[in-house]
Design a protein around this ligand. Structure first.
Ligand code: FES
Length: 152
């Protein structure tokens, strides 16, 4: 879908800014808000570029740099931390050969950290794009990521 078509889905009302930014980001194959996306959003809502950019910078769900086709967001809040999130972070960094915020060489995954995902009862937890996974172990993470590799 082109940028124009995404914008037209919404009323040009500032209360729609997060929805518009989400759709623009999801529409980008590199899953980030490009300069052109920010400009288009600002023009459509009649707010300055700097306003849209500051919103994008504030929320961790937006990225201002290109990312992989799949975003892994591992929770690092205390309940997940207590249930072993730290060792999962180390495991993922090693198995994907990336640092936090990094993207695998094949462009398949970007590894990010997030605060509580609201599913502390199944800690440690992560999101893979829009999908939630809990009770994670290294084996379970491997199986989730392998499945995703085969889907694409
Ligand atoms: S602390 Fe990780 S989901 Fe709540």
């Amino acid at each position: 879908m082109n940028r124009e078509a995404i914008l037209k889905k919404f009323e040009p009302n500032l209360s729609n800014i997060l929805y518009i930014m989400h759709d623009l980001q999801d529409n980008n194959p590199e899953r980030y808000l490009a300069k052109e996306d920010i400009e288009a959003c600002g023009d459509y809502l009649n707010v300055p570029y700097s306003y849209v950019h500051s919103v994008a910078s504030f929320y961790t769900m937006f990225s201002l740099k290109p990312r992989g086709r799949n975003i892994i967001r591992l929770c690092e809040s205390p309940p997940c931390h207590l249930m072993g999130a730290d060792s999962l972070i180390d495991y993922l960094k090693g198995s994907l050969k990336v640092d936090i915020g990094g993207t695998t060489k094949d462009g398949m995954f970007t590894l990010e950290l997030t605060s509580c995902l609201g599913v502390c009862g199944v800690a440690p937890a992560m999101m893979l794009n829009e999908e939630m996974f809990g009770n994670l172990t290294p084996e379970k993470v491997d199986s989730i990521l392998d499945k995703r590799r085969k889907e694409i």
